[in-house]
Design a protein around this ligand. Structure first.
Ligand code: HEC
Ligand code: HEC
Length: 337
């Protein structure tokens, strides 16, 4: 290896060449390192992804503070109790997420999603304003509404304020825009006879049915004779009550309100009528028809003590007078548990 006197020696040349090559590779390495941080790779950048004035960075903080990763995965990180959320925003869209997140204990109904689309910010982000166009653009939302709308979910209700819902959507918008090179893969279900999970036992009956039949079934079961004695006025009312029960289900009220006195996302309706309710402004009101009506049409005008404002969607312009009266009659008919 070493150079001998009188012979041609390549040693110095080889060493220089090796060092030059090493230097070149080092420069390429450093340049590539810089390049991997530039936007040239078309990766979404959290601080540039916005939803309704909130950036994905803010959303990530909310996502962490609720420990969503304790049950969900994002690009494979997290826990496997709930489904992966990485690409969800792109599949179900902002209106479905806005309807789902504040009352995660129940799947949103079609009208609950439609109500969200009335919000110009949400409609603009979705790129469509009507529910039919929305369902076409986001078939996964349509599928969720059709198959599960109104039924209970296995995700708990979390106290997510209206503002934090928007931040979370911003974060999920970002994860959906991330280039994950095809991850997570679509599960293969070839040849499986039941591609969809069967509902939890009893799930279908939980929401409105548990009361609607109870109201209807008791008189039917106990006596046909007492029915005629029960006065025509009551019969009239029961029709209105049944209509109110149906509306409460369709309009997604039952995703947030229990039919007994239990607190869920909002106050339970059972036994509410006639009680005194303390509001956040310190005043106390007695629950009567007028109070319920106003709570439905303009909930933020009187917030019940210990509840956050902005969670309940105002029903002004969505429900007409007759529909509100039916719901009021229904709430009036619910006795405390
Ligand atoms: C205690 C566990 C738990 C926590 C905490 C939790 N989730 Fe869930 N989540 C679930 C489960 C379970 C489901 C599936 C529900 C079902 O299929 O019935 C779900 C479903 C969802 C869905 C609907 C998914 C789909 O494909 O339709 C979204 C969106 C979601 N969760 C978002 C969140 C966010 C955001 C957070 C944090 C703020 C969060 N979750 C916290 C358990 C949880
Ligand atoms: C996303 C959750 C959500 C949905 C959906 C929702 N509410 Fe509410 N509701 C709340 C919350 C939270 C409160 C308590 C804060 C307040 O007063 O606005 C409330 C309060 C109320 C009250 C006053 C209750 C009291 O104890 O004084 C009534 C009545 C009511 N809602 C009726 C309805 C009806 C009817 C619908 C459907 C058309 C509905 N809500 C849909 C969350 C919801």
């Amino acid at each position: 290896m070493s150079c001998q006197p009188g012979k041609l020696c390549w040693e110095g040349f080889k060493r220089t060449r090796a060092l030059a090559l090493l230097g070149l590779l080092a420069i390429i390495f450093i340049l590539l390192s810089f390049w991997s941080f530039t936007s040239s790779r078309k990766q979404a950048i959290p601080r540039n992804v916005y939803y309704a004035d909130y950036s994905a960075v803010e959303g990530k903080r909310v996502f962490q503070s609720f420990n969503c990763m304790g049950c969900h995965t994002i690009v494979g990180n997290g826990a496997y109790f709930g489904p992966d959320l990485t690409k969800l925003y792109g599949k179900v869209g902002p209106a479905w997420l806005e309807a789902f997140l504040p009352s995660a204990g129940a799947w949103p109904t079609e009208i609950a999603v439609q109500i969200k689309l009335n919000d110009a910010i949400i409609a603009e982000d979705a790129g469509v304003a009507s529910i039919d166009a929305y369902k076409k653009k986001y078939p996964d939302a349509a599928e969720r509404i059709a198959r599960r709308g109104g039924h209970p979910t296995m995700m708990p209700n979390l106290p997510i304020t209206a503002e934090n819902v928007r931040k979370l959507v911003a974060f999920l918008k970002y994860t959906s825009e991330m280039n994950t090179e095809g991850w997570p893969p679509e599960p293969k279900i070839d040849g499986l006879a039941t591609p969809y999970a069967t509902p939890m036992p009893g799930a279908a009956q939980v929401a409105p049915a548990s009361v609607a039949p109870a109201a209807a079934a008791t008189p039917a079961a106990s006596a046909g004779a007492t029915e005629s004695a029960a006065a025509p006025a009551a019969a009239d009312d029961s029709e209105l009550i049944a209509q109110g029960s149906q509306l409460a289900q369709t309009y997604g009220c039952l995703a947030c309100h229990a039919l007994d006195s239990k607190r869920t996302v909002g106050p339970g309706w059972g036994g509410l009528y006639g009680t005194d309710v303390k509001l956040t402004d310190g005043t106390t009101v007695t629950v009567d028809d007028a109070y319920i009506k106003q709570s439905i049409l303009d909930p933020n005008s009187q917030i019940v003590d210990s509840y956050p404002p902005g969670t309940m969607p105002p029903m002004q312009g969505i429900l007409n007078d007759d529909q509100v009266s039916a719901i009021v009659a229904y709430i009036r008919s619910l006795k405390g548990a």
